[in-house]
Design a protein around this ligand. Structure first.
Ligand code: 13P
Length: 344
């Protein structure tokens, strides 16, 4: 019943030159990041922080959507404008994080499975009524000795498919996010092998559960060497391996792949995306764009520090990352762009 709407929303989420701001940190993650900077971990601080992000002038030129957390989708600006309305007014589609986090997978030490399917249909209905038009569910796959196991990959792929089905029935475009962590000392080749197995399993499960692939967005990690690898891969190698892997695994009817940043530095995340679009832009069946959390926000959060007087500087930092990543999504980024002042 929602097919046409879902198709249009999925296309709009990956429209040329725009990407998604992931601002859906749960209480735990948001508070951890605040604590590191000495920002008080109160509901009002989280609200004020999100208000700073969402009122950044001009972000509608760079963001097609923003992913919200349950607390945030119910909040408003200090002058009473609901965040959902504030975003919609700028042409930005509100989305919602639906998973309840990654929990230890039984009988599989050091592996995680994402929870949150219970009661999901009712939550989807409520979020649709609150104005959300897409959703996110993140599965976490860890690379290590003897892991990931088939058990972990299958359990997570199954949950992603069940979530995606409930979303499509309820009118939300599912972002399907199987994140292969970059923690560890693995090589680019190992990352490739794990990504291939994970993505093929995920699309097999999506098929088994009847998911309409033209009504979803994939949020993959990049094929990249582990953070402590002794053989760090070049930008060129990451771009080539990532696109080759996606071509091998992602059906052409998927409208777009919007990457997570996964712990890359701000500039790395931008450069990798840019290189992929320089090399292959216009020749791929789907768009390649960003759905970054940390790589869009960390500079802004550090500039903000919880102080109202820092809002303009923090907004400049967000606008700069937004503009650079928007350029990268069409292969037009260059490091000089980092130095061109943004007006907010
Ligand atoms: P990062 O870009 O910080 O990895 O976050 C993206 C995200 O939404 C993780 O689910």
């Amino acid at each position: 019943m929602f097919e046409n709407e879902l198709r249009a929303t999925a296309q709009a989420m990956v429209v040329t030159g725009k990407g998604i701001l992931a601002a859906d940190e749960s209480f735990g993650t948001a508070n951890k990041r605040f604590q590191k900077l000495g920002i008080p971990t109160t509901e009002e601080m989280r609200r004020a922080y999100r208000e700073m992000l969402f009122t950044t002038p001009g972000i509608g030129d760079f963001f097609s959507g923003v992913i919200l957390f349950d607390e945030t989708i119910r909040q408003s600006t200090a002058d009473g404008t609901p965040f959902v309305q504030l975003l919609s007014n700028q042409g930005i589609i509100p989305g919602i994080k639906l998973d309840a986090g990654a929990k230890p997978l039984a009988k599989s030490p050091n592996e995680l499975v994402t929870e949150g399917l219970d009661g999901l249909r009712d939550r989807v209905k409520e979020y649709y009524e609150l104005g959300a038009r897409f959703a996110k569910w993140r599965a976490v796959i860890t690379i290590g000795e003897g892991i990931p196991t088939r058990r972990c990959i299958e359990a997570n792929a199954h949950a992603l498919a069940r979530y995606a089905g409930i979303c499509q029935e309820g009118g939300l475009v599912p972002i399907v996010e199987p994140e292969v962590l970059m923690d560890g000392d693995h090589t680019l080749e190992r990352s490739y092998a794990v990504h291939e197995e994970v993505l093929k399993t995920v699309f097999y499960e999506l098929h088994r559960y009847g998911i309409a692939l033209d009504q979803m967005v994939l949020k993959p990690s990049m094929v990249i060497s582990g953070q402590t690898s002794s053989q760090p891969a070049s930008v060129e190698a990451v771009a080539q391996a990532t696109v080759k892997c996606l071509l091998d695994c992602v059906p052409a009817s998927v409208p777009g792949c919007a990457f997570l940043s996964g712990g890359q530095t701000d500039q790395q995340a931008t450069e990798h995306l840019n290189r992929m679009n320089v090399l292959y832009g216009g020749k791929l069946p789907w768009k390649l764009t960003f759905s970054y959390g940390r790589a869009l926000q960390q500079a802004a959060m550090q500039a903000w520090m919880g102080k109202p007087e820092n809002v303009p500087t923090a907004q400049k930092a967000l606008a700069l990352r937004a503009r650079c990543n928007s350029a990268a999504s069409v292969g037009k980024y260059s490091p000089e762009l980092e130095k061109v002042a943004v007006s907010v």
